[in-house]
Design a protein around this ligand. Structure first.
Ligand code: PLP
Length: 384
């Protein structure tokens, strides 16, 4: 085992930034008030919450009253789908979801279909990019919503949001985009191209876990997620987690400020690692679109190797990586995203995702590639 683990799983989660932690700390202790109380404790908490909402809104080009704090990406994704379909049922019950969506969208979409909504799946090409031309064919007079993520969490492929947004606008259909993976590293906003709803998660961008937001454009009808008090303008009952919201807002603002320097540096580390692995003579095949991808993510299939066995061996050798979606690790099924890209079940099972982040170094990129080559060679030898 190596002395230090090399963490290459930033698409699963990131460490909390020191400045983010400092911004959160007062709201666990001295400033513990309930933002919905009328007294001074509550007023200070609501001021912090308002400040966090203003910051998130400014970072994504929204108005403050279009930002709803949630417990993270899964909640925001679930809410966007269920809330829009319920509130717009009189207009229609058909919705379209891309084949590359995260489980948080996919599973909620399937459950809504089981409850009576009509679901169409938008196919993706061999690189995981949604087929905008197919969208035009799938749109129906009763279509109310299209779901297309900004960038995929498994292969990192950027999606054709611009084209899809234009089509949705032309057909009067709402567009929801999951920006959970993209928001920390790309200049994600709600206006260029215009989207009607967008989801965010704090722990993917050096903020705390259990925090995030759903953006809902003014005028878009959405049913409440949680019924209770009047919190989040009556749409999401429950006392808001003030430290989490403050931390998320700080993390998003830091990501926006650092993006121009972080993204190329992280992409260079990823590319250095990828080039070395590809040249390592281990039959590595890169999944996704290397040209149009999130800067930190690279996904490989190692022919004839079981991805899960590879992850365990990599962990023992000092590299922390992941097999497709972290949220589904341990699940027996191969990645639905890789299958949708036309990979065979064996290829999908043999895939490993490496995701680079701020604290990674060139030495780590080099060392990790050497470890990957060594581990895959050893696994292949053991099978022979
Ligand atoms: N959407 C995408 C694209 C993700 O990658 C993830 C997490 O992996 C989620 C949603 C879920 O976010 P959270 O962990 O905040 O619930």
């Amino acid at each position: 085992m190596s002395a230090r683990q090399i963490y290459l799983d930033h698409a699963a989660t990131t460490p909390v930034d020191g400045e983010v932690l400092q911004a959160m700390l007062p709201y666990f202790s001295a400033e513990f008030g309930n933002p919905h109380s009328l007294h001074a404790f509550g007023r200070r908490a609501v001021a912090a919450l308002d400040g966090a909402r203003d910051t998130v809104a400014a970072c994504i080009g929204a108005k403050a009253n279009e930002v709803y704090f949630t417990s993270g990406g899964t909640e925001a994704d679930n809410w966007a789908l269920a809330g829009v379909l319920r509130a717009n049922a009189a207009r229609g019950r058909h919705f379209i979801v891309s084949a590359a969506e995260h489980h948080a969208v996919r599973e909620r979409a399937r459950s809504l279909a089981a409850e009576g909504s009509a679901l169409s799946v938008l196919p993706v090409d061999g690189q995981g990019r949604a087929d905008a031309a197919a969208l035009e064919r799938l749109l129906r007079p009763d279509t109310v919503l299209v779901c297309l993520m900004a960038a995929n969490n498994e292969g990192g492929t950027l999606q054709p949001l611009e084209q899809v947004s234009a089509l949705c606008r032309a057909h009067g259909v709402l567009l929801f985009s999951d920006a959970v993976q993209a928001a920390g590293v790309l200049p994600v906003g709600v206006n260029a191209p215009p989207v009607d709803l967008m989801s965010f998660s704090s722990h993917k961008l050096y903020g705390p876990k259990g925090a995030g937001a759903l953006y809902v454009r003014s005028g878009v009808k959405i049913a409440p997620l949680l019924y209770g008090g009047r919190q989040e303008r009556g749409k999401r009952g429950g006392t808001v987690n003030v430290p989490a919201a403050v931390g998320f807002a700080k993390a998003l603002a830091l990501a926006a400020a650092r993006r121009a320097q972080d993204a190329p540096r992280i992409a260079a580390l990823r590319d250095r690692f990828a080039a070395k692995v590809l040249a390592g003579g281990i039959g590595a095949e890169r999944n996704g679109d290397p040209e149009n991808s999130l800067p930190g993510i690279v996904n490989f299939t190692f022919a004839g190797i079981d991805g899960e066995a590879c992850l365990y061996a990599l962990d023992l050798a000092g590299v922390a990586a992941s097999g497709g979606a972290a949220c589904s690790s341990g699940a027996p099924e191969p990645s639905h995203v890789l299958l949708a890209m036309g990979k065979s079940e064996a290829q999908a099972r043999g895939s490993v995702r490496f995701s680079f982040g701020r604290e990674n170094t060139e030495e780590e990129a080099e060392a990790a590639a050497e470890i990957v080559i060594r581990v895959v060679k050893a696994l292949r030898k053991a099978r022979a």
